[in-house]
Design a binder for this molecule. Structure first.
Ligand SMILES: *Cc1c(COP(=O)(O)O)cnc(C)c1O
Length: 358
């Protein structure tokens, strides 16, 4: 008899959300981003649901063999590039495209003997100051790559720091976009800028390829709500009440006795804890659904259990259905209260959580 905690993956929602991305950027091709095990939804499941995408983008080199062996023949892109010279033979063997973001990578390509030319995506640091060549180094990097027989197509990409808040004065999105387009002006090759937030908020920047991630999984990209963008949750995490306590006013619940009842209360114990990926920092008041009725977390999250307020929900019992997030309770609502983002909650679901696909 398995533990009642289950992550249900809604394949139809994954397909629907991909269609939303396409509709937002009708002229662009789509890299469906499947890094981090398809944002926690399962790499293979994501691959199958996104079979109409133009390519898959991820960064775990060891996972690309799985995609090829299961029959993915379209492009695959390594978003962080490769890490050692010995990766290059592997990339050409499996026909993997790679980001090139630093001179060390170019030097490794120069020294390599590849069986066939490698398609590369030259990354510009247009203001996020994470990966990429500075604008003034970019043309040199391009020329150096273009001169190599080991290199096939060269595409151009950058990544936004603030697509969810385009007006951030420290680095406005339009400034990054302008930097990108002026730096690559006249260079022959495809252009890619947009993550989910840019796809949804700045469709004019879609260029040749978009790179949606979170939106495909039904999460809000840091702005708006998933529902307002027409996205459907792709993961619903459910469990059951496994114990009930009646406590009187003044009694405390759980580790550290963080929550103290101010009246007689009914407390439900749910089979789900931080070892399953539920955020340990979730405060009292974090939303949760019991038999479809919204209530709140009370008391500290433990490794394997959380405690919830059932006082106002008559008729609950051991076995009552609990929704931690997903259908009926947006993951972003839980994340916001818990001081994190939907991305982190999805990726954090641990391997002991049973996954069911529908
Ligand atoms: C993860 C990632 C994306 C997808 O970002 P979302 O916000 O999930 O849409 C796009 N581009 C790059 C380079 C990434 O690393």
């Amino acid at each position: 008899m398995p533990r009642p905690l289950v992550a249900t993956i809604h394949s139809n929602a994954l397909r629907h959300n991909l269609a939303v991305a396409r509709r937002s950027a009708p002229g662009a091709r789509v890299w469906a981003v499947v890094k981090a095990n398809g944002y926690g939804h399962g790499l293979i499941r994501a691959m199958r649901a996104f079979n109409s995408a133009d390519g898959l983008a991820l960064l775990e080199v060891e996972n690309v063999t799985v995609l090829r062996e299961l029959g993915w023949t379209k492009p695959i892109l390594l978003l962080e590039g490769f890490f050692e010279a010995s990766d290059l033979a592997f990339l050409t063997k499996y026909d993997i495209e790679t980001v090139v973001h630093c001179n060390e990578q170019i030097a490794m390509i120069e020294r390599s003997r590849v069986a066939k030319p490698l398609n590369v995506h030259l990354k510009l640091n247009s203001g996020m100051n994470r990966l990429g060549f500075a604008p003034e180094q970019y043309r040199d990097a391009y020329n150096r790559l273009r001169a190599l027989h080991q290199v096939g197509n060269i595409s151009f990409m950058t990544h936004f720091a603030n697509a969810d808040n385009a007006g951030n004065p420290r680095m406005p999105l339009q400034e990054q976009a302008k930097c990108f387009f002026s730096t690559v002006e006249g260079l022959p090759g495809e252009r890619s800028l947009s993550n989910s937030a840019a796809v949804l908020m700045e469709p004019d920047l879609a260029a040749n390829w978009i790179r949606p991630g979170i939106m495909l999984y039904g999460g809000a990209p840091g702005c708006g709500t998933a529902e307002s963008f027409g996205l459907q949750p792709a993961m619903t995490l459910t469990s059951e009440i496994i114990g009930i306590q009646q406590i009187s006013a003044g009694k405390a619940v759980g580790y550290g006795s963080r929550f103290v009842a101010d009246k007689p209360m009914t407390i439900g114990v749910v089979a789900c804890g931080y070892a399953d990926g539920y955020p340990r920092h979730a405060p009292d008041g974090t939303p949760i659904l019991i038999d479809g009725v919204k209530t709140r977390l009370v008391g500290r999250v433990s490794m394997d259990m959380i405690t919830v307020d059932l006082t106002e929900i008559p008729g609950t019992y051991v076995g009552s259905k609990v929704t931690l997030w997903g259908e009926g309770l947006p993951i972003d609502d839980v994340a916001n209260v818990a001081g994190t983002i939907g991305y982190e909650l999805m990726c954090a679901v641990t391997s002991r959580v049973r996954i069911v696909e529908e």
